[in-house]
Write a protein that binds this ligand. Structure first.
Ligand code: SF4
Ligand code: SF4
Length: 399
């Protein structure tokens, strides 16, 4: 049964203006990684916008008022698939001729689908239940959150100005990354605190990105108040999605400015290297190529710091992908699409692996737990092989 309430009522004015602003020029078409691997034009930004505008017209226009709202069910079905198949990488927005902020617009259109009882897709609908039960999207026991990777001899302060948030994907699925974070923090030598595993609940990003916003305020307030009680002034994290929602959206869900700063761990490491507080002593005679995570580069503008850190390793030669920095190509794992559209994600990951091999890199360096998981999966059974290492895993191994 189709919900005939007007579309767009849950959108902010900015998003309604953006929908209106799209000129259908097609400039963004070249940049979409999902179109690259599926060849499906419906996923394209302009098609998504065109379809949503049809829904606005059908449920809000004069005709709708006079004769009743009629939404084409096939169009709705196509839109639903397109909006959730998109990785929300934001490459289209970066190249949009009228500056539409698509990395924000798509999640908000997903929220509209949830509001109408149409989204999310597949196992994404299980997220709120898992979060309510275990505090993480993987439905894993909280007591196992740090168990398998936390170095035994690292001391966590009860209270400190610096706190480290591991994040769910790092803690449960990309342990070499978070272990590297902690080893490097110990190497830098500043005392840092962490929440007990049952208190370090999800940052909220998976709920936000799938359009399921109901629990977000509660999660954010619990986390912010817990860090505040520990006297935290700087919260460090290495997952780009966590850093993105913390910096951009936590203040909104918290209802005011956060009582601490949010920093990506490479920013902290780059500062420690610049000030001489820390030095990478062991050399690495390798050609490294660094993949910018979409939510770190386009999302919060952290582009130079990971490169500063990598260039500080004696012996390293740093290569670049054709598309890097603000123009980076999505690894395929973004937007909570990696488990629902697995084949797309593998195909996108392999484009990055292939380019890294073609450029002659010895090692592909990542800085995101979702990239780490999906790229490793993409490598399995692929005819081209390269060593994949998280940036913090690498630094941790050079201490
Ligand atoms: S956000 Fe990325 S995946 Fe989604 S339409 Fe834009 S370029 Fe394509
Ligand atoms: S580049 Fe921007 S204005 Fe042009 S079609 Fe794409 S989204 Fe619309």
């Amino acid at each position: 049964m189709i919900n005939r309430k007007p579309f767009g009522e849950g959108l902010a004015v900015e998003q309604l203006l953006e929908l209106d602003a799209c000129t259908q020029c097609g400039e963004c078409l070249t940049y979409c990684p999902v179109q690259d691997v599926t060849g499906n034009p419906l996923i394209s930004p302009l098609e998504k916008i065109r379809m949503f505008k049809e829904f606005l017209k059908a449920t809000k226009g004069l005709k709708a008022r006079l004769f009743g709202a009629k939404v084409d069910p096939k169009l709705l079905e196509d839109f639903l698939k397109a909006i959730y198949e998109c990785t929300t990488c934001g490459a289209c927005g970066e190249n949009c001729t009228v500056g539409i902020f698509t990395q924000r617009l798509w999640p908000m259109l997903r929220k509209e689908m949830v509001r109408r009882g149409l989204g999310p897709l597949g196992i994404q609908a299980d997220l709120p239940k898992a979060m309510g039960k275990t505090g993480n999207p993987y439905d894993k026991p909280a007591e196992e959150r740090y168990r398998t990777w936390f170095p035994e001899d690292v001391i966590i302060a009860e209270k400190a100005e610096i706190a480290y948030y591991a994040g769910c994907t790092g803690a449960y699925e990309a342990q070499p990354m978070v272990r590297g974070d902690v080893l490097v923090l110990r190497g830098i030598g500043e005392p840092f605190t962490m929440l007990p595993p049952e208190e370090e609940v999800c940052c909220g990003f998976p709920l936000f990105i799938t359009g399921q916003h109901d629990m977000l305020q509660d999660l954010v307030r619990r986390l912010v108040n817990a860090y505040k009680a520990r006297g935290v002034k700087v919260l460090l994290c290495s997952c780009p999605c966590c850093v993105n929602i913390m910096a951009r959206d936590w203040p909104i869900f918290y209802g005011q400015e956060l009582p601490f700063k949010i920093r990506h761990v490479t920013q902290f490491v780059a500062d420690a290297l610049k000030s001489g507080q820390w030095k990478i002593k062991r050399p690495l005679k390798e050609r490294l190529i660094y993949h910018d995570p979409c939510y770190l580069s386009r999302g919060v503008g952290i582009i130079e710091e990971p490169r500063t850190v990598l260039r500080s390793i004696p012996g390293v030669e740093l290569l670049e992908f054709e598309r890097h920095g603000l123009n980076t190509r999505c690894c395929g794992a973004g937007g909570a699409a990696r488990k629902v559209f697995h084949e797309n994600a593998i195909a996108m990951g392999r484009l990055t692996i292939d380019e890294a091999v073609e450029k002659g890199a010895d090692r592909l360096i990542l800085s995101c737990p979702a990239c780490y998981v999906k790229m490793n999966e993409a490598m399995q059974g692929h005819d081209r092989q390269i060593v994949i290492t998280d940036i913090m895993e690498l630094l941790g191994s050079l201490i």
